[in-house]
Design a protein around this ligand. Sequence first.
Ligand code: NAD
Length: 295
Amino acid sequence: MAKIGFIGLGNMGAPMARNLIAAGHQVQVFDLNQHVVSQLAEEGARACKNANDVAEGANFVISMLPAAKHVQSLYLGDDGLINHLGDDTIVIDCSTIDAASAKSLGEALMDKGIAFVDAPVSGGVAGAAAGTLTFIVGGAQEHFEAVEPILQNMGKNIFHAGAIGAGQVAKICNNMLLSILMAGTSEALQMGINHGLDPKILSEIMLNSSGRNWTLELYNPCPGVIDSVPSSNQYQPGFMVDLMAKDLGLALEAAQNSGSATPLGALSKNLYTLLQNQGAGAKDFSAIFTLFEKK
Ligand code: NAD
């Protein structure tokens, strides 16, 4: 069993840390939110006073933070974690951030002899709780092999996408597609509703036709079609609109860097910005359904 430091116990990080505890690891945790640290301590983790305390004797340090600025300041800020990690620690950053930031963090850590992989995830809060996340890892083969057994305690599918940063590129391709599917599913369902169709029946029809997709099947944006998803719970996240808008910003940056044409991604970014401007930033990303509502 390993000693694992875990930083960032939000919607995703807390259930991921719980699965590491359940797998029998020694888990030491920190978050700016003291309440969730205490909760995890009651469930068997060691509560740390600050982020640097998490590094103490850790074989692995995992971070699950909102965006690149949080990750950079955690590791590379004044008295950052980089100064407190042992050179036998492997750092696993699971946050979704841009590939360039992942690469520069990796280089800074490697310069000090500390191994690093980027390992963003897919599967949402439900996948985090069930331990069925998909991990998309960027890093050297030997480091991938070292982190794989740990990631298996939190996920079902563990992919090695390539060198450091490749995990982030693959993740952002996925999320751009996800946002397009969510917007398209929403407008199709709303058009059916506007014609008097029952969204449950319409969903069933499309699920058995060529419009079938993940959002329609497992994360339906129309309230009442699937009971257990955010749309049936006032769009409580889940995966926040603000985070999807951030990911789409990363996708457009990645498109520009590589000369890729992503017109649907750009449209989707604008739709999510519109939703943010309507005050829905903290709602689940499936709330894009409400943008198409005929009021
Ligand atoms: P969240 O906002 O719920 O959690 C982030 C946590 O980080 C918070 O508890 C916050 O207090 C903590 N934090 C921020 N700065 C910190 C610091 N310096 N030190 C310690 N703690 C700090 O976000 P989330 O939904 O858990 O998402 C985390 C990451 O995972 C994001 O990059 C997101 O894009 C990605 N992601 C989320 C989902 C999802 O469905 N929510 C799915 C896949 C990937």
